[in-house]
Design a protein. Sequence first.
Length: 287
Amino acid sequence: MSKQPQPISPLKNFFAGGFGGVCLVFAGHPLDTIKVRLQTQPKPGPAESPLYRGTFDCFKKTLAKETTGLTPGVRGLYKGMAAPIIGVTPMFAVCFFGFGLGKKLQQKTPNDILTYPQLFAAGMLSGVFTTAIMAPGERIKCLLQIQAASGQVKYAGPMDCAKQLYRENGIRGIYKGTALTLMRDVPASGMYFMTYEWLKNALTPEGKSPTELSVPSILFAGGMAGIFNWAVAIPPDVLKSRFQTAPEGKYPNGFRDVLRELIREEGVGSLYKGFNAVMLRAFPANA
């Protein structure tokens, strides 16, 4: 394995990670909206057609002017974006802090080169650290993303959504879906960081350092790491989206009820709803 680069100062990581996170949200949010709408659409009745036939049908219907008078066009694809934008800089800072701590805990000396399983473990720790920020942001984002499609405007924006959730169910209402966020982000973050480091090392010419990689190589490594990340993350993400947007009390036993209902009514394939949208989003957003 190639020599790992010296650590960058926490302040630089904070600003670089924050800027990268904002770019990720802007690039990926439209397809994230489509993903959530596909994951949460109700099962059609025997004589009914599904609300969305697939990724491109959902995209067209979101862009089309809606008869309900809700915001049409491109702006509809950016519903709920304020919540992840607000949280993305601290989330990425915490993410890289967790990854750095995970590496440090496994090193006997600062110059120890970690194996890929050790990088996977360090990445998983970063997923634990980000959940405290991700869970409420995901809850608010998903509710705002689906309300435009449902035709009922309950929340005026992210702050109004947070206030209503807190008023109705306290802090538990805001953090609904935390366990599923953990189930999604812990293994997916491990896969992301391990794959990213592996690809950087694989793309580094003999005798060179990964820090000397060209921008296209870095973009390719980041994009492919995003694809591997989401290949692991999508089943728990489907369960999370369903659970976080369900009416209060619908799933008293948490994700187990969601999983049973999905498999019973729609089969195992339903755990990969929104797969095309996720994969179309994963490469450009993470690159």
